[in-house]
Design a protein around this ligand. Structure first.
Ligand code: UDX
Length: 461
C-alpha cells in the first residue's frame, strides 16, 4: 500500500521504517526541515537500537523516502498515519494542536479517498474531532476520509522489536472496509513476512499477535489505560519499598514473589526512582484530565503520580542524610536517560535529581552511554565524562540513576579506590547490597535493608 507517515519522531520513524520493511511504499514527512534533511543524508536523529539497520535497508531499496513536502506526501498516499507529538499543555491536558494542524492540511490537500489513522497517543474522542476537522476543511471534489485509531505500544530501546513482534495490534474502526484494509496492511507483520533485524537471520516462531478490532473511542482508551496501569504498578512497588524500609522487608523479594502470581505478573514492579520518559508521565496526566472532564475522579492515578514525584524527594533525603552538608560536595551521577538503551532524557527523574543537587550547591559530574549530548542542552555547565571511573574520582558519593548494563559490569573495587568516600546510592536497585558491603561501600538503595540485618535471602535476584 502507499502510506504517508506524518511526524518523524520515535513513533513515526519506527512505524514508517517497519511498515516499509513489511512491504509497503512509505513516504515520511515532518515539519522540521532540518530533521528531514538529516534523514535524507542517512543520519538518524534518535538513538533507537536496530532502527538504523531497518531504515538503511528500506531507504536503499527505495521503499521509504523522506520529504518536507507534507502536502505531496498526503496526496500520493492511500493511508496516512498521524504520528505527531501530543505533549502536555500547562494544564496537563494533551496539546492536540499538531493533530489539528495536520488534519487541516490533509483536508486541504487531499483529492482522493484516504484512510486517516491516528497513531499518536490521543485522549478518547479525539477521533470525533479529527473526523469533523477533515470534513469541515475538505475542499477538493473526490476527497473523502475514513478515520481509524491504531495506538502504538512501542517501548523506547526495544521499539523495532516491539513493532515486529507486538503482543497485540489494536484498531479502532467504524466500518468493515476499514477493518479489512488494516488487516491487509498488517498482514505481513501478523504472518511474520519481514526481515527482523533483532533476530537475524530468522525470528523465533512469532506467536501470532492478537488483532483487536474495536471502536475508535475504545482504541483511544486502551492506550491510556495500558500506559497508566503500568505506572500504577510501578508506584505500587514503590510504596511497598517505603514499607519495606520501615518494616525490614526486602522489596525485591516481595515484588518477585508477588509477581509470580500470573494474575499479577512480575514486570513493572521494580522499585526505585520511578517512571519518566515522554509517555507514561504525560499519558497519566492526560488520562486524569480526561477523566476529570468526563466527571470521573481518577484518584488511583492521582496517587500514582504523587508517589512517583515523591521518589526524587526520597532520593535527595537519602543523599542529604548520608552527606549532611551538600554544598561543594563532589557527587558523581551514573545515568541520565529515563531508562537504559535510550538517549531520551524527557521527564527523566535523573534530570530533576541533578537540578536539585546543583541547587544544593553540590559539584556534579555525570556520565551516560547515550544521553550526554541531550543533557548538555539542559545543563550546559555540568561536567560530563564518558568514563565512569573519572566521574567517581574524588567523589563523596556516587548516584546510580539509570540501570545501564555497563554500570553493572564496572570494576567496583576500582571505583571504590577512586572515590573520596565509598558511598553508593543505587536509585535503581541494580547492584547487590551484600556484594557492595563486602567491597567496603556504604550502600543505600530503595526498600532493601542492610544485608547484615536481614535474613540471608535465598532468592536469586
Ligand atoms: C512506555 C510503555 O511501556 C509503552 O508500552 C508505551 O508505548 C510507551 O510508554 P517507554 O516510555 O519507552 O514505554 O518506557 P518503559 O519501558 O515503559 O519505562 C517507563 C519508565 O518506567 C522508565 O523511566 C523506567 O525506568 C520506569 N520503570 C519501568 C520502573 O521504574 N520500574 C519498572 O519496573 C519498569
Amino acid at each position: 500500500m502507499k502510506l504517508a507517515v506524518i511526524g518523524c519522531g520515535y513513533v513515526g520513524l519506527v512505524s514508517g521504517s517497519c511498515l516499509a520493511e513489511a512491504g509497503h511504499d512509505v513516504v515520511a514527512t515532518d515539519n522540521d526541515a532540518s530533521r528531514i534533511a538529516a534523514l535524507q543524508a542517512g543520519k538518524i536523529p534518535i538513538y533507537e537500537p536496530n532502527l538504523d539497520k531497518v531504515l538503511d535497508t528500506v531507504v536503499r531499496e527505495g521503499r521509504l523516502r523522506f520529504t518536507s513536502d507534507c502536502a505531496q506526501a498526503v496526496r500520493g498516499a492511500d493511508v496516512v498515519f498521524i504520528c505527531v507529538g501530543t505533549p502536555p499543555s500547562e494544564t496537563g491536558e494533551a496539546d492536540l494542536s499538531a493533530i489539528d494542524n495536520v488534519a487541516r492540511l490533509i483536508a486541504k490537500e487531499s483529492r482522493s479517498p484516504k484512510l486517516i489513522i491516528e497513531k499518536s497517543t490521543v485522549p478518547a474522542q479525539t477521533g470525533e474531532q479529527l473526523k469533523r476537522a477533515l470534513h469541515v476543511y475538505a475542499n477538493n471534489a473526490g476527497a473523502s476520509f475514513r478515520v481509524a485509531s491504531n495506538p502504538e505500544f512501542l517501548r523506547e530501546g526495544t521499539a523495532v522489536e516491539d513493532f515486529f513482534h507486538p503482543d497485540r495490534i489494536v484498531i479502532g474502526v467504524e466500518d468493515k472496509e476499514t477493518e479489512q484494509q488494516l488487516r491487509e496492511l498488517y498482514r505481513p507483520i501478523l504472518e511474520g513476512h519481514f526481515r527482523c533485524p533483532v533476530h537475524q537471520p530468522n525470528c523465533p516462531p512469532a506467536a501470532t499477535p492478537d488483532f483487536v478490532v474495536t471502536t475508535i473511542a475504545s482504541a483511544e482508551l486502551i492506550k491510556h489505560a495500558s500506559n497508566s496501569f503500568l505506572g500504577l504498578k510501578i508506584s505500587y512497588a514503590n510504596v511497598l519499598a517505603d514499607l519495606c524500609e520501615r518494616l525490614g522487608g526486602n522489596v525485591d523479594e516481595v515484588t518477585r514473589a508477588v509477581g509470580l502470581d500470573p494474575r499479577i505478573g512480575g514486570q513493572f514492579l521494580k522499585a526505585g526512582l520511578g517512571f519518566g520518559g515522554f509517555c507514561l508521565p504525560k499519558d497519566i496526566q492526560a488520562f486524569i484530565k480526561l477523566a476529570d472532564r468526563a466527571g470521573v475522579d481518577f484518584g488511583l492515578l492521582k496517587e500514582t503520580e504523587r508517589v512517583n514525584k515523591q521518589r526524587v524527594d526520597q532520593l535527595l533525603e537519602k543523599v542529604k542524610k548520608a552527606l549532611w552538608v551538600m554544598k561543594n560536595k563532589q557527587i558523581g551521577v551514573l545515568g541520565i536517560a529515563f531508562k537504559p538503551n535510550t538517549d531520551d532524557i524527557r521527564l527523566a527523574p535523573a534530570i530533576e535529581v541533578i537540578r536539585r543537587l546543583l541547587a544544593e550547591g553540590a559539584v556534579v559530574r555525570a556520565t551516560d552511554p547515550e544521553a550526554m549530548e541531550r543533557a548538555r542542552a539542559v545543563f550546559p555547565g555540568l561536567c560530563y565524562s564518558a568514563d565512569p571511573y573519572e566521574v567517581a574520582r574524588g567523589a563523596d558519593a556516587l548516584l546510580l540513576l539509570t540501570e545501564w548494563e555497563q554500570f553493572r559490569r564496572l570494576d567496583w573495587k576500582r571505583i571504590r579506590s577512586e572515590m573520596a568516600r565509598a558511598l553508593i546510592i543505587d536509585a535503581r536497585n541494580m547492584l547487590r547490597p551484600a556484594e557492595m558491603k563486602a567491597l567496603g561501600f556504604e550502600y543505600l538503595s530503595f526498600g532493601r535493608p542492610d544485608p547484615a540485618g536481614a535474613a540471608a535471602s535465598n532468592t536469586s535476584n
